[in-house]
Design a binder for this molecule. Structure first.
Ligand SMILES: Nc1ncnc2c1ncn2[C@@H]1O[C@H](COP(=O)(O)OP(=O)(O)OP(=O)(O)O)[C@@H](O)[C@H]1O
Length: 251
């Protein structure tokens, strides 16, 4: 294991909601400069984990480091250095797309040009429109533009492909690569495994709050005894089915 600081590290991370064990002793390490896909069936614990990384939720036990900081203690610094595309992004009513981006820039005290970011995500002509009038895909593009403000060191994207048309999906992939080429680490959750396969260096598979497998697609193919043609979906189904067969619950 590398001694250099990780982009994300959790040790024994556990989150219990009343009767539900959502995250169960999670040890996760995402290296700086990686594109890491965080996968898991519905209810596996991905959003809970991401919520803890962002200090939106507090863990029941275990430790978390984000950019070598404790998000509970250094929440402002952590949020200044990361870009977040949240699950279920909600826009401010009566506020234009351009203003949404300016608000993030003001919070981060940076002077990114909103129109450049809007053009980058394919919203060049929509900057003056109130964002609640945007379609779902346009709102997702706006959320991405907001995440890109300030050239973050780490992008945390929760289900980034939701609602995007094929052009938007392709643009999302291109931007992930552009940001990674610039030096950013990208951590994202997704159910769109075909896209994950095209984008990620490494994935981790969460099942019932536990990391059951981690590696590149070729490493996961080896681990599951799959052939060279097996897709990310094939290895995901194989790994998570095996757990169900061993007595885990079907999600
Ligand atoms: N606020 C909450 N109160 C109680 N239980 C919760 C709460 N939020 C999540 N859970 C439970 O915790 C578990 C993990 O949920 P989580 O949303 O983290 O999963 P997920 O992997 O992000 O799922 P999905 O892919 O469906 O978004 C689930 O069993 C869920 O029902």
């Amino acid at each position: 294991m590398s001694n250099s600081p990780s982009a994300i590290e959790t040790q024994g991370l556990t989150k219990r909601y009343d009767g539900t064990l959502a995250v169960d002793g999670l040890d996760l390490r995402v290296e700086q400069g990686e594109i890491y896909g965080f996968l898991g069936a519905n209810g596996a614990g991905k959003s809970t984990t991401i919520g803890i990384l962002l200090d939106y939720l507090r863990p029941t036990s275990g430790t978390v480091r984000v950019l070598d900081r404790n998000p509970e203690e250094d929440v402002v610094e952590v949020h200044d250095r990361i870009g977040v595309l949240p699950d279920r992004f909600g826009v401010y009513e009566g506020v234009t797309g351009r203003r949404h981006i300016k608000l993030v820039a003001e919070t981060k005290a940076v002077d990114d040009d909103p129109d450049t970011l809007l053009a980058r995500v394919g919203l060049k002509d929509a900057g003056d429109t109130s964002a609640e009038k945007y379609s779902q895909g346009m709102q997702q593009r706006l959320a991405l533009a907001m995440a890109l403000v300030g050239e973050p060191e780490l992008l945390i994207l929760d289900e980034p492909f939701t609602g995007l048309d094929p052009h938007g999906v392709r643009r999302m992939r291109e931007i992930v690569h552009e940001e990674n080429d610039r030096g950013a680490t990208v951590f994202f959750s997704s159910h769109v495994l075909g896209q994950v396969e095209l984008v990620c260096d490494r994935v981790g598979i969460l099942h019932d709050g536990q990391l059951i497998a981690e590696g590149s697609l070729s490493e996961l193919r080896d681990r599951t005894g799959s052939d060279d043609e097996a897709s990310m979906e094939d290895v995901f189904v194989s790994l998570t089915d095996a757990r169900v067969d061993m007595g885990g619950e079907v999600q």
